[in-house]
Design a protein. Structure first.
Length: 118
């Protein structure tokens, strides 16, 4: 079973994504903010991180920076409503592998996108 860390501050969206992933046989660990994400990553290395950018306590950019500083190699897929090219570019420079706009998100599209990283 593959393990994904889902980092999303919206409880409804986090649960919706978690349930969808579990239907595909994926073990999901959850974090509701950047601090929880960093703590989770430092304790159990996931196979993949699905990461929101705008969150309380520490944002997704801080999480990406932490992953990069620790030289961790698992893929990170951004889930955000920030659609500006500069946000996308900043995430890629910090090591994200992919960028998905939440407002355009369909559960099956998300599954297809992350499957290639598992």
């Amino acid at each position: 079973m593959s393990s994904i860390l889902l980092v999303e501050d919206d409880p409804f969206l986090r649960e919706t994504i978690r349930l969808s992933l579990e239907e595909h046989g994926v073990e999901v660990q959850e974090a509701a903010n950047g601090e929880e994400a960093i703590d989770a990553i430092d304790h159990v290395v996931p196979r993949l991180v699905l990461l929101d950018l705008l969150m309380p306590k520490r944002d997704g950019y801080a999480v990406l920076s932490h992953i990069r500083e620790k030289e961790m190699k698992f893929p990170v897929v951004i889930l955000s409503n920030l659609s500006d090219y500069l946000d996308h570019e900043k995430c890629m420079k910090l090591g994200a592998r992919d960028y998905f706009i939440k407002s355009d998100m369909d559960e099956e599209d998300l599954w297809v996108k992350i499957q290639k990283y598992l």
